[in-house]
Design a protein around this ligand. Structure first.
Ligand SMILES: *[C@@H]1O[C@H](CO)[C@@H](O)[C@H](O)[C@H]1NC(C)=O
Ligand SMILES: *[C@@H]1O[C@H](CO)[C@@H](O)[C@H](O)[C@H]1NC(C)=O
Ligand SMILES: *[C@@H]1O[C@H](CO)[C@@H](O)[C@H](O)[C@H]1NC(C)=O
Ligand SMILES: *[C@@H]1O[C@H](CO)[C@@H](O)[C@H](O)[C@H]1NC(C)=O
Ligand SMILES: *[C@@H]1O[C@H](CO)[C@@H](O)[C@H](O)[C@H]1NC(C)=O
Ligand SMILES: *[C@@H]1O[C@H](CO)[C@@H](O)[C@H](O)[C@H]1NC(C)=O
Length: 441
């Protein structure tokens, strides 16, 4: 009797366990792990003997020569020519047709149809609702071609990037070991179409292959180099992916003699002017104080939309270096030119930093809001300097120096507001005074 009762109990428990197991299995199969449909890619068979080309767009009317760089239009055209299987493009803008098309330099005319050729491939476009996902913008700008060639840089798919703006980017060929990792960032974006929330679980296949502690060793034009990608904002940095700010920090920390920065906007303020966002400002201050005689140069754009606070932060940075703290900060404004019809050309849209050891090239302006909210991608390349201008790091330095010494670059004067700033400055002053309820006029 008791034996039979025990038997029944056993059977009941067994049935219960089975039910639970089936239930758990059902729950797990219903969880859609985003990114899991990615092909598994053979990392062992990849190539790391790569070619690198620096590309620039320099508006025709600007008297600045290409410095061992190729025109952006020609570079992207060449890159597209290499495509056999896939072209993956991320861009904040798609505006290759200009309404004022006829009045633009011929450079743009030749190029636009060529770029548009990718529409003849079987194109699939995913739009991302970044406002819902990260409260910000997609500012990423890069290409992945056949998962082995790539472009990253300041230019998006905007006709101005091929005509009136001054842009800089890097194209790397035959580099599947590195480019597979950029493809993973592309895949992450690709999963987000129609989504208005981020998943709690991402597939392991989207995790980073390389990061700031584990660079890829590769050859760029037969010179040894190390490289990795970084990403923003934090929620887009899946396991092992270095954040853009961490990459910038590492590059600054490793610099020994100089840090040259070319950026459109520099403003350590976020949340539209209500939070002091000191991350990058602090990194520079730390480098200036702690490193022995480091030389920092900032090349920034100055135009009507430059926030006047930029000047205060730059003056304050300059004030750090004195007789007793032997460091050097120099600031210059690259001033865009006005066409006869009032349009600006030669806006320095570059976003890179070059030091004696590394290059960081990214998609974001050095403004708090962008690092906190916007999506962007960066790349770090480190190399031993060869002293014969053959490495990417030396080439970038030469490009920086060309711009620095060009007559479009004007030195920031102590306590003097540059004229390019004037319109916005007046507006902002009015705002400040109204806010305080005072009338100073
Ligand atoms: C862009 O311009 C080209 C030639 O000027 C024209 O054929 C094409 O339809 C335009 N595309 C769009 C999307 O307006
Ligand atoms: C990439 O490698 C292929 C095969 O090795 C070669 O034919 C091609 O010229 C290379 N491309 C570049 C841009 O170096
Ligand atoms: C990022 O996107 C915002 C909004 O579209 C724009 O104001 C900002 O200039 C962009 N930044 C870059 C670096 O393209
Ligand atoms: C490297 O470039 C710099 C700056 O453009 C130049 O002054 C120098 O002579 C070059 N060195 C060599 C070895 O070509
Ligand atoms: C630059 O110098 C390095 C070693 O100093 C050498 O291996 C390399 O071939 C040189 N590159 C060029 C383009 O001359
Ligand atoms: C790398 O080599 C290519 C030619 O193969 C050349 O066009 C390019 O300028 C070189 N890049 C650098 C950074 O030296």
């Amino acid at each position: 009797m008791s034996i039979s009762k025990g038997k029944h109990k056993c059977i009941a428990i067994f049935a219960l366990v089975c039910c639970c197991a089936v239930l758990i299995a059902l729950i797990f199969s219903a969880v859609d792990v985003w990114g899991d449909d990615e092909d598994d890619i053979a990392e062992g068979k990849c190539s790391s003997a790569c070619r690198v080309v620096l590309v620039e767009n320099i508006p025709e009317d600007l008297s600045i020569p290409y410095k061992d760089t190729v025109s952006l239009a020609a570079g992207l055209h060449e890159l597209l020519d290499q495509a056999h299987r896939s072209v993956e493009i991320v861009s904040p803008w798609w505006a290759l047709n200009s309404t004022e098309y006829e009045s633009k330099p011929p450079q743009a005319k030749q190029v636009t149809p060529n770029i548009l050729q990718c529409q003849h491939l079987c194109a699939e476009v995913h739009y991302l609702n970044m406002k819902a996902l990260i409260k910000g913008q997609l500012n990423s700008s890069f290409w992945v071609v056949d998962r082995k060639h790539m472009y990253i840089g300041s230019a998006g798919m905007d006709w101005r990037s091929l005509s009136t703006m001054k842009e800089l980017g890097i194209i790397i060929y035959n580099c599947s070991c590195l480019v597979l990792d950029l493809h993973k960032i592309f895949s992450l974006y690709w999963q987000l179409q129609y989504k208005d929330f981020l998943p709690s679980i991402w597939s392991k296949k989207l995790n980073a292959l390389y990061n700031r502690d584990n660079n890829l060793q590769l050859h760029l034009n037969d010179t040894e180099a190390k490289a990795y990608y970084s990403s923003s904002p934090d929620v887009f940095c899946l396991k092992k992916r270095t954040k853009d700010l961490e990459a910038i920090n590492r590059v600054i920390q490793e610099a020994e003699t100089f840090i040259y920065i070319s950026i459109t906007n520099y403003l350590p303020i976020s949340s539209n002017g209500i939070v002091y966002w000191s991350r990058i400002d602090n990194m520079l201050r730390e480098a200036l104080i702690l490193k022995k005689s480091i030389e920092v140069r900032l090349l920034i754009s100055c135009w009507e939309q430059t926030d006047p606070l930029t000047l205060n932060f730059l003056w304050s940075l300059k004030a750090l270096c004195t007789e007793s703290v032997r460091c050097s900060v120099e600031v210059k404004f690259f001033i865009p030119q006005k066409q006869s019809n009032g349009d600006l050309y030669g806006m320095n849209h570059n976003r890179y930093m070059v030091t004696d050891r590394s290059v960081y090239i990214g998609n974001l302006n050095w403004v708090g809001n962008e690092f906190v909210y916007s999506a962007g991608v960066g790349m770090v390349i480190s190399q031993q300097v060869e002293q014969n201008n053959s490495t990417v790091v030396e080439r970038m330095k030469a490009v920086f120096e060309r711009d620095w010494h060009s007559h479009y670059s004007k030195t920031l004067q102590p306590n003097k507001i540059p004229a390019c700033n004037f319109i916005f400055f007046l507006k902002n002053t009015l705002f400040t005074f109204n806010y305080k309820g005072k009338h100073v006029w």
